[in-house]
Design a protein around this ligand. Structure first.
Ligand SMILES: [Fe+2]
Ligand SMILES: [Fe+2]
Length: 411
């Protein structure tokens, strides 16, 4: 944003730039699982470090060797490395293509202007024309993409090596990755107070203050639905294990709400909570979420964090703050053995119990990469063993009468 102001962008352009920067990684979750599968590694660590890799072959090789299959047996690791070395360019193309397309689509779905969507789409283009997805060069690359790429690399190097490392990398990739005019603009604004602010724990409020006040977007009920749907899709595309999960849980919750006669306004509101109940999973690595075998104790701790993250994320937005506790408690149990708080029945609201019931139903019925779908009757039978301990008895009855209507509804 400092660069945008330095080069004299008008307020409305700055607003679009602001949202391009905040949302540049919208499409990231859609290739997280693929990264884990190909590189047998942790997608969060991988993405962080990949941004620090330049164009040179030894650097790329070091990266691949350092990141491939640290946990995997040697033969598998060797095969994964070979695959990457043979198909490295195509694989990177595929990963980046997916990310760009998804990111741009979601930005449009969130009703941002086209300049934000294309800014996200071209994020990985390099000034010398050797970037992705379209190999654009120089001024052909949208301005917002040029600024966002530079800002992203500055951040990675600043985080790992401080201001000096960031400035050095910037000079090093000037005219290769970065627009020289933008590099100059950044050098002009990156004074001591800038770097101090960047390292400050209160950076979030500084970032919020950077939003140009010129533009006010009216937030109506339809828009809130679109936002919840878009973020539900972002979560669902993170892992093949949970593909479509948030959307289905929202459908079950909505049908259950209809069955109990909840009014239209509350139904709509609760459906958003169902769409967003697992949003905290975006903070959990796919190497754990998609792990085929049993999770160890530490891994469970990380998985359990997703419910806390859901509450933290939703409570930051006025429009969703009432849903934060409701959705963040979806793994609590009536007998107090749930997480994250270990609440007991008296503290678990009915709305949460509905989401929990639908969530468990979907977790059992849905087909998984390693097994087929489990039929409805068998699922209900499995669930009945947890009624009264994890599952609310009334909600279970509502679920049963609701899901028995499903086959006729699908027909
Ligand atoms: Fe969950
Ligand atoms: Fe869930």
């Amino acid at each position: 944003m400092h660069v945008g102001r330095r080069i004299g962008l008008p307020d409305d352009e700055l607003w679009n730039l602001y949202y391009t920067l905040l949302l540049k990684d919208l499409g990231c979750s859609s290739n997280a699982a693929r990264i884990c599968e190909l590189y047998l590694t942790d997608d969060l660590a991988f993405k962080h470090d990949f941004k620090a890799v330049g164009d040179s072959v030894p650097q790329v090789l070091n990266f691949v060797l350092a990141h491939t299959g640290l946990q995997a047996p040697l033969a598998e690791r060797f095969r994964a490395v070979l695959n990457i070395l043979r198909n490295g360019v195509e694989l990177a193309d595929e990963l980046i293509q997916t990310r760009c397309q998804r990111g741009a689509e979601i930005a449009r779905q969130l009703r941002f202007p086209e300049s934000v969507a294309t800014g996200i789409y071209h994020l990985d283009e390099h000034y010398n024309g050797r970037g992705r997805p379209d190999g654009l060069s120089g001024q052909q690359i949208p301005l917002f993409s040029r600024i966002a790429l530079m800002a992203q690399v500055i951040d990675v190097f600043h985080t790992s090596g401080g201001p000096h490392a960031a400035m050095e990398e910037l000079t090093h990739r000037r005219e290769q990755w970065f627009d020289p005019e933008l590099v100059d603009a950044f050098q002009a604004v990156a004074d001591d107070s800038f770097w101090r602010q960047l390292a400050d724990p209160g950076i979030t409020s500084a970032v919020l203050a950077l939003e140009p006040a010129s533009q006010i977007v009216p937030l109506d009920e339809d828009y809130l639905d679109d936002i919840a749907t878009a973020f539900g899709q972002i979560v669902d595309s993170k892992s093949p294990y949970t593909s479509g999960h948030s959307a289905r849980v929202a459908l079950y919750v909505d049908l259950m709400a209809e069955t109990i006669g909840l009014n239209a306004e509350r139904r709509r509101w609760l459906k958003r909570g169902a769409l967003l109940h697992d949003i905290g999973k975006l903070g959990v690595s796919n190497s754990i979420l998609d792990k085929p075998g049993k999770l160890d104790e530490d891994e469970w701790v990380v998985v359990h964090m997703h419910a806390k993250y859901t509450e933290a994320i939703l409570s930051r937005m006025d429009a969703f703050s009432e849903l934060a506790r409701i959705a963040g408690a979806h793994h609590e149990r009536l007998d107090g053995k749930g997480y994250p708080r270990g609440l007991t029945a008296i503290d678990i609201p009915t709305e949460t119990r509905i989401i929990t019931c639908a969530d468990i139903f979907d977790a059992i019925t849905a087909a998984r990469p390693y097994r087929g779908a489990i039929p409805i009757d068998k699922t209900l039978q499995i669930m009945s063993e947890s009624v009264g301990t994890a599952i609310d008895p009334e909600c279970f009855e509502i679920l049963k009468s609701t899901v028995h209507r499903l086959p006729e509804m699908i027909v």
